[in-house]
Design a binder for this molecule. Structure first.
Ligand code: SF4
Length: 608
């Protein structure tokens, strides 16, 4: 590179950093957003950019590097100018994603996980991107592409080879369908923006909280914590620095197989933002964040437009709807590919510009959250339902569903069924009824609640979707009898090993050992002793992991062994223990480098 070109590159690089700082302010809590904005200009984060950012923010270089290294979508090494990431969740694997990825690599003459020599393209896999109802899917430079098939892959390869900019690619590549299949109170709702808020302002904060309590609304993120109780804790907690309380909408919908928040944010964004504003009214919060998963960045402009409209209509900002002292506004904070940030304390760490490592609790976020302030973190669906409760009353809502699980639940249905998509059912619906509605035939198993959920067999299909029976944040994956339930569990175990944040040793090491055990079984080197090892690892993970990820990591295997044992037995031709490490296979690279493949270059038991 000539000195002139190099000087220009450095100038561009510095300018990109400075622009990102100017846009977000030299505020360390905005670090993640600043890094994302810088990378949007440079494709990756060169060392010089990291140094410049660290100096400008008054942070150590190691701290900034630590954040860059934590998030899958931040790159500390050059990547292709076109970055293709195929979703590798089990449903998309069933739909043929691995073969399509291989096809694209062949067309582009590259290896998965590598950057082409000319720096044009890189192709790799990523965790579920929330398109299980319309896969196989991929992200290209962070933008979602759905409905991949061989024809589309070939077209994609050509567009990349011809270096056509994404703006000129066929629009249909980027279309994301809603696939709403069943509507109930929420998805049928036609409330006008501000209608619920006007009613709530008229009744007052205490009456609003009483309505949410009367509704017995429980969080839709999976844990089912009472929303009114969380808000009450937040409202009553002191704000030591006078910085005000905070409302966070958790739109980091990362559980494999779930996508219902995507649809709510697309079609019901006003309900969600109004729910946040109602939460602010009830708790006295002045600041709101919508934490949007990086995979849904295509929704950012749409959401910003809705926010701008709401500000113009007096539904956000100072003195909302003319109520003196009711000041509240919302920022969108983009994630960068870290499943663990769906955990509320990890999400808060990420909001503060740090690695998304779960915090030790207590204190709980409701009393000490974002920057030490009382913070209520609520799910997208929960907040949309709050809007309906404010408009129609808590008692009306409490009549729907079951006694302990009131209202409706959105389910993201994918896999072997005629009509994948979003279904809204009153709580208490049976798995069998959902399978019937989505046109699932000859179902062998259902994964409810994503990788961390439960794997159900047909004798459990009378179970009810409800906190008191079969709880779920919304994912429901269907597997018919042609599917290998061992492969299902193995996919989830790989997912956990990849997504472990590494903070605690039992999870960091335990999930990797669990993955290796399943790989060993897959290679038919396993024996019943490996199942004993899996059981031991599960106890270790459950008792010593810091957060739910580690605690749930073995669930898919344990459920699989309980319900689909034959799929595991078929992979254990040996009853005797075999070591997991294959010395002969490990020497393959050495043989390749030395050009030897004769018998004496191979390890054999006879010579051991
Ligand atoms: Fe991180 Fe796993 Fe520990 Fe959770 S259990 S904090 S994901 S290492």
């Amino acid at each position: 590179m000539s000195q002139l070109a190099r000087t220009c590159a450095i100038t561009d690089l510095d300018q990109a950093v400075d622009d990102a700082l100017a846009r977000h302010g030299a505020d360390p809590s905005r670090l993640l957003q600043i890094l994302i904005a810088t990378q949007e200009r440079l494709d990756w984060l060169p060392p010089r950019a990291v140094t410049r950012l660290a100096a400008a923010l008054g942070l150590s270089r190691a701290r900034v590097e630590g954040v860059v290294g934590f998030y899958s979508f931040l790159y500390s090494r050059p990547v292709g100018r076109y970055r293709v990431l195929f979703a590798d969740n089990i449903v998309e694997e069933m739909q043929g994603a691995p073969a399509l990825m291989r096809r694209l690599c062949e067309r582009l003459w590259i290896e998965p996980g590598k950057v082409s020599e000319d720096g044009l393209v890189s192709v790799d896999a990523t965790s579920c991107i929330g398109m299980g109802d319309q896969g196989p899917s991929a992200l290209v430079n962070g933008v979602t592409i759905t409905g991949l098939d061989e024809k589309r892959i070939d077209a994609l390869a050509e567009l990349i080879r011809d270096q056509i900019s994404l703006e000129s690619w066929p629009r249909q590549f980027f279309s994301v369908a809603d696939n709403i299949r069943r509507r109930d109170i929420l998805l049928n709702d036609r409330l006008a923006p501000g209608e619920a808020l006007r009613r709530a302002v008229a009744m007052g904060a205490d009456a609003l909280l009483a309505q949410v309590k009367a509704a017995n609304l429980r969080g839709r993120g999976g844990a089912g914590f009472a929303t009114a109780q969380k808000w009450t804790s937040c409202k009553e907690a002191p704000t030591p620095d006078g910085g005000g309380r905070v409302i966070v909408c958790n739109a980091d919908e990362g559980e494999p197989g779930t996508f219902k928040d995507r649809v709510l944010l697309t079609r019901f964004a006003d309900h969600v933002f109004e729910g946040m504003t109602l939460a602010a009214l009830a708790t006295g919060a002045s600041k709101g964040f919508l934490y949007l998963r990086g995979e849904y960045r295509y929704l950012r402009d749409h959401l910003e437009e809705v926010l701008a409209r709401r500000r113009e209509s007096g539904l956000l900002g100072r003195g909302i709807l003319g109520a003196a002292g009711f000041d509240f506004d919302i920022d969108i904070h983009l994630g960068a590919g870290a499943y663990i940030c769906g955990e509320e304390t990890a999400l808060i760490e990420s909001l503060e510009g740090k690695r998304g490592t779960p915090r030790i609790r207590p204190p709980f976020p409701a009393t000490r959250g974002y920057l030490g302030r009382p913070t209520s973190v609520n799910n997208v669906e929960t907040l949309a339902l709050v809007t309906m409760i404010a408009a129609r009353g808590g008692e009306w809502f409490a009549q729907i569903g079951t006694k302990l699980s009131t209202g409706t639940k959105l389910l993201s249905v994918s896999g072997d069924c005629a009509a994948p998509g979003v279904y809204e059912f009153p709580f208490g619906v049976t798995i069998a009824e959902v399978l019937d509605a989505c046109g699932a035939l000859d179902t062998q198993g259902v994964q409810l609640g994503g990788a961390a959920g439960m794997t159900l067999a047909p004798h459990e299909f009378r179970r009810r979707v409800a906190f008191e029976d079969a709880p779920t944040a919304g994912a429901l994956m269907v597997f018919d009898r042609s599917r290998d339930m061992f492969a299902v569990a193995r996919n989830f175990v790989h997912f956990f090993a990849h997504e472990s944040c590494g903070f605690c040793t039992p999870c960091r090491v335990g999930t990797a050992l669990l993955r290796d055990c399943l790989d060993k079984l897959q290679d038919r080197h396993g024996s019943p002793l490996d199942l004993v090892e899996i059981d031991r690892l599960d106890r270790l993970l459950q008792t010593t992991s810091h957060c739910g990820l580690g605690q749930a990591a073995a669930n898919p295997v344990l459920d699989g062994l309980r319900n689909f044992r034959a799929a595991y037995d078929a992979r254990m031709p040996n009853q005797e223990f075999q070591p997991a490490f294959n010395l002969d296979a490990a020497l393959a690279r050495a043989r390749q480098l030395t050009g030897r493949d004769d018998a004496s270059a191979h390890f054999s038991e006879r010579r051991s």
